[in-house]
Write a protein that binds this ligand. Sequence first.
Ligand SMILES: CC(C)(COP(=O)(O)OP(=O)(O)OC[C@H]1O[C@@H](n2cnc3c(N)ncnc32)[C@H](O)[C@@H]1OP(=O)(O)O)[C@@H](O)C(=O)NCCC(=O)NCCS
Length: 400
Amino acid sequence: MTDLIIRPGTDDDIPAIVSADERGFSARMSELERADAFTVLPPENFLLAVDSGDPVDGVVGVAAAYDMAMTLPGGAALPSRGVAWVSVPATHRRRGILRALMAEQLRGFVEAGTPLAILTASHASIYGRFGYGEATRNRTVEIDPRFAQFRAGAPDPGGVRYAETAEIGEHAAEIHRRWVARTPGAVSRSAAWWARFLHDREYSRGGGTRRFHLVHPDGWVTYRSHWGGEAPTLRAEVFAVTDESHAALWRVLLAQELVRSVTARIPLDDPLPLLLTDPRIVATTEVADGLWARVLDVPTVLSARRYAVEVDTVLDVQDDFLGRGGRFRLQGGPDGATCTPTSDAAQVTLDVADLGSLVTGCVRARTLAAAARLAAEPAELARLDAAFVPERDPVHGTDF
Ligand SMILES: CC(C)(COP(=O)(O)OP(=O)(O)OC[C@H]1O[C@@H](n2cnc3c(N)ncnc32)[C@H](O)[C@@H]1OP(=O)(O)O)[C@@H](O)C(=O)NCCC(=O)NCCS
């Protein structure tokens, strides 16, 4: 390799970006998918690592970033850059190209004043070294609806109807906004993202049917049927803003007949099993890391969050990769918080990646301490642990 240059993408780079993605993820993008992709994420949102001596297309690394927001416990939406399309070709791996791209990209986010970077990872072992920590968990469940029986006394509010994709737009976007606002770790969707969603293109169906929608005044479910064997599986996404809409929508989803199973990603603390006479039929088939968060501005992030109980502590945040750490006094509670740099002695020490896990409430302070990733005296740890518990378990709701 000759000189490595890192620069933003342009329209002219689209073919090279697509080639890199197709090679990196064994994918094939049609003209239509390509056009849609660069409408949602324009080429200038890409950073390219270019080997000036490469005889083919010169692009030896790609990393892009969406403009998004992520919800913190308490409901504040924090501007975030959503990192995606990360790849380095097999010919150039393990030479530090990803590291160089990550450093440049994060420096750019800091310069622009962005407090948080987020991503979903192909391997859970890659991004910790760049300061990302696990911020939400995906729990996938599979339910055989033949055995689903709701308990006597479980809410049965009704009010659910089917809707077509052509008429769903406004309602879905409004429900999603309300759902994001009440859900720690949830990420926003842009207007361009919704436009692509509403096209429901063939390429996005993964072998499933077109989308079906169930709507309720306070909730929305979208699903596809995927045929396999003698009966299909329904793959559903559930966005319920109230307990009533949650029960109403699940009642209709589990009333489906002639289907093998209903699968969905639900939060770890989802009340669904408790609505049923046999909670075990909500079989968890996977729990895995979901969103990863990288704190770029400790005071902004920690002061935007709300805390379950009063907290007053000094955190020593270590950030070897980007140097955004230091010592910070955090004073907060259920109604608000302040966080400022301080020279006072630290009561809690942790890495910036683990702060990314703590901030959404994905991993408890006690759990980090048990894994020797956070240090604090026992009484301080108990207070910190209680303060960072979120109002509900974090989920992100949109892969990107
Ligand atoms: C993952 C990928 C981008 C890494 O690129 P790369 O240029 O080889 O990475 P680097 O040489 O900069 O490695 C940086 C560090 O990450 C580690 N690393 C890189 N890829 C890794 C992987 N897949 N699993 C675990 N660690 C990995 C390296 O060992 C290195 O560690 P070190 O800093 O302790 O030495 C590349 O392998 C790839 O394109 N894979 C296929 C597509 C993909 O998975 N993309 C990520 C999508 S989220």
